[in-house]
Design a protein around this ligand. Structure first.
Ligand code: SF4
Length: 369
């Protein structure tokens, strides 16, 4: 807040799965000291009134939906009065003790700019391209955060070989204080790389197939294991991701299309986060065959939204063409500053649907149901 105090906004009842729901804010400004007792009150309310009798409904989101977010918040506040300021309230000493386990790396101070980096970026277009997609700013001058893509075409999204893991560990040791993080987008982040080391890091990553410059682009697909590996699947996911990547191999076109998140799940459990993909693809089982339902308009982040299904589902071989038509529609309608998701929000579903189904809409409805 304006006094510099750390406050928490508490959101409950969000989730994906078969009942996708956006969370509801029940606390706008909770002082950090009270987080454990307040969250305990949330769990106690759920434990008392939630559907613990039914495996499919045993979720906070189901209870919040049933009684409403306001009623849920009231119940939590009542419960919280019993334990507020109690023994689980976090003291400054406890915060300091826990914080000691999360120290920043002992990074030497560096100049904010690096002439060698600037020169390489100016003279090597492939390096410049990688920097534009895979390198982000850093709070510390002279450092950057780097995302190494695990999404080259021809490899299951997020897969990495043991040789690549060894190479990655070496790169992390050499360039990022021995630390790397796996992102839920199924890539790897080196969080503290010196600006002056970026070119060497890029060369090393590229030698091991870890420098595909497609972070945030259409081929940076989040994809669950699907029917190739998961016994819960309705349909395969990985071959769909690979077919889409092959259809969009042209990097110049991908860069022109710009930021676009495409997520694929092999069943309603939504491990591939299809509900919040700008384009979401869900594997469905119809009379023993694999079909794919497509949605658009989902988004993670500060402007979270759930996608809407565009219509009847598709056979596997139709999916790349459907994605192409969705992208073509965006390219035709976009304004210069709009991303795919912005255009969907502005013009709505109809133009995308018309392009995908066209005259065959009725036929598709009859065929696929
Ligand atoms: S979404 Fe379904 S198919 Fe994919 S990993 Fe999760 S449970 Fe398995």
């Amino acid at each position: 807040d304006e006094k510099g105090e750390v406050l928490a906004r508490v959101i409950v009842g969000g989730g994906m799965g078969r009942t996708p729901t956006l969370g509801s804010v029940i606390q706008e400004a909770l002082p950090w000291q009270h987080l454990p007792t307040y969250l305990d009150a949330v769990l106690r309310v759920y434990n008392r009134y939630g559907r613990r009798d039914n495996a499919y409904k045993a979720r906070i989101k189901i209870l919040v939906k049933a009684i409403g977010a306001e009623a849920f918040a009231r119940q939590v506040d009542e419960e919280w009065t019993l334990e507020r300021d109690g023994i689980a309230t976090v003291t400054q000493a406890e915060l300091d003790r826990a914080s000691a386990a999360f120290t920043d790396p002992d990074a030497p101070e560096r100049p904010a700019t690096d002439a060698g980096f600037d020169a390489k970026r100016a003279s090597d277009p492939a390096f410049a391209r990688w920097v534009s997609r895979c390198v982000r700013g850093h709070k510390r001058p002279g450092y950057r955060a780097v995302t190494l893509s695990l999404k080259p075409t021809g490899v299951a999204p997020g897969d990495i070989s043991c040789e690549q893991m060894d190479a990655l560990a070496d790169l992390a040791d050499r360039y990022s204080f021995g630390e790397l993080r796996v992102s839920h987008e199924q890539n790897v982040v080196l969080a503290d790389v010196a600006l002056a080391d970026l070119y060497e890091l890029w060369l090393g990553a590229r030698a091991h197939g870890l420098a595909t410059p497609n972070i945030g682009l259409l081929t940076d697909i989040i994809c669950c294991p699907g029917g190739d590996f998961c016994s819960l699947a309705n349909a395969k996911s990985i071959p769909i991701a690979q077919a889409i990547q092959e259809a969009f191999e042209n990097l110049d076109y991908l860069y022109d299309v710009g930021d676009l998140e495409l997520n694929i799940s092999g069943c309603m459990n939504s491990c591939g986060h299809h509900h919040v993909g700008h384009i979401g693809i869900l594997g469905v089982d119809k009379t023993g065959s694999e079909w794919y339902q497509v949605s658009i308009g989902g988004s993670q982040g500060n402007q979270t939204s759930l996608g809407d299904v565009i219509g009847p589902s598709f056979a596997a071989e139709e999916v790349p063409d459907v994605v192409t038509k969705l992208v073509d529609t965006y390219v035709e309608h976009r304004t210069p500053e709009e991303r795919f998701i912005d255009t969907v929000r502005r013009i709505g579903m109809a133009p995308f649907k018309a392009r995908v189904y066209g005259e065959s809409t009725k036929k598709a409805e009859v065929t696929h149901g």
